[in-house]
Design a protein around this ligand. Structure first.
Ligand code: ASP
Length: 332
């Protein structure tokens, strides 16, 4: 029998109703009591390092999760992490960078409705997560509503529906229908051993551009943060109109050693800054661009990389080296 470790962190899946709304309360034994059939195909141990709404998650918590898996890695064939859906895409992206080339599945799941409600999606998601942790391919994933999504490619796209997650700019890794797993992503087995990282650098700011924004916002942010991800428009561009010209601010921020990544607010297809003058102008100031990466992956990749280097050339090189299919654009 495969051995799977359940690591519970809270979220709706384990929540009960209180006067102030849903609060994560159920423990791992209660969660597991709803899916007794999983014991037919795996042995399960469990632990509960956190019991929080994932809105309260901190980057340091991601290091703790990676550390817990590191210290138990040899003892299990797979891992299931139950987690709130709101920041699950970030957690899955972060663990994709903190645990690279794992030889086993590490599977996040959660639900839109608490497991103790009859109409809940939690039982199916949890069962599917165990099934993928026991029988799926190595890697970090989100399993949700029958979809298996790579940890670097997930985005929560619906706030209420059961079909809450999409795979962005990359095909689904697999689909699960009851006992059947249909595998689309077939990674070749890694010849290198798993590599764990335990440090992250959390000072990354995400700035969403909107018309009328004053360019000196970059000065304020640069005071506090070492890297800024700018969610610009379309294929990517930064305003240079006389009234509010961002170019001088971009120049001073990058000259001061700040790392700036230009991404797009458009969910699908990614950036290509060379397409328009508004993009190519920004490229003159040593900014990086997102290409097909998700915002969640960009932020987590910077958190991982900047714990190790802040040197622009080094960082640029590493940023464009794919990790768990996070970037498909060839940037050589
Ligand atoms: N607010 C909840 C959380 O992220 C939502 C959920 O789990 O679905 O913890």
């Amino acid at each position: 029998m495969k051995k799977v470790l359940l690591i519970a962190t809270g979220g709706t899946i384990s929540a009960s109703a209180t006067e102030s709304g849903l609060v994560p309360r159920l423990g791992t034994e209660q969660l597991l009591s709803y899916i007794p059939e999983t014991r037919d195909f795996c042995e399960i141990d469990s632990m509960q390092p956190l019991s929080i709404d994932s809105t309260n998650i901190q980057p340091e918590d991601w290091c703790e999760l990676a550390g817990l898996i590191k210290s138990r890695y040899e003892a299990y064939d797979g891992f299931v992490i139950t987690h709130g859906t709101d920041t699950m895409a970030y957690a899955a992206a972060m663990l994709s960078y903190l645990i690279q080339k794992p030889g086993k599945p590490i599977v996040f799941t959660g639900s839109q409705k608490p497991i103790n409600l009859d109409i809940s999606d939690a039982r199916m998601n949890l069962r599917d997560a165990f099934s993928y942790a026991a029988k799926g391919k190595p890697g970090v994933y989100i399993v949700f509503n029958g979809k298996v999504i790579l940890g670097t490619r997930a985005r929560k796209t619906k706030s209420k529906s059961y079909d809450a997650f999409e795979s962005i700019n990359f095909p689904l890794a697999a689909m699960i229908d009851g006992k059947r797993i249909t595998q689309f992503y077939n990674p070749s087995p890694s010849l290198e051993p798993v590599k764990f990282y335990t440090e992250i650098f959390p000072h990354i700011f995400l700035l969403k551009l909107s018309p009328g924004m004053e360019p000196d916002v970059l000065d304020y942010i640069s005071d506090k943060y070492e890297a800024i991800v700018i969610e610009s428009y379309g294929t990517g561009g930064i305003p240079f109109a006389d009234k509010r010209n961002f170019m001088r601010k971009l120049e001073s921020a990058t000259l001061n050693g700040k790392i700036i990544v230009v991404a797009t607010q458009v969910m699908l297809e990614g950036s290509d800054l060379e397409t328009y003058e508004v993009g190519s102008m920004a490229l003159k100031y040593n900014v990086l661009q997102a290409f097909d990466m998700t915002i969640e992956a960009i932020i987590c990749k910077l958190m991982w990389l900047m714990a190790n280097t802040k040197d622009y050339d080094e960082l640029r090189k590493l940023f464009y080296i794919p990790v768990l299919e996070d970037i498909m654009t060839d940037v050589s």
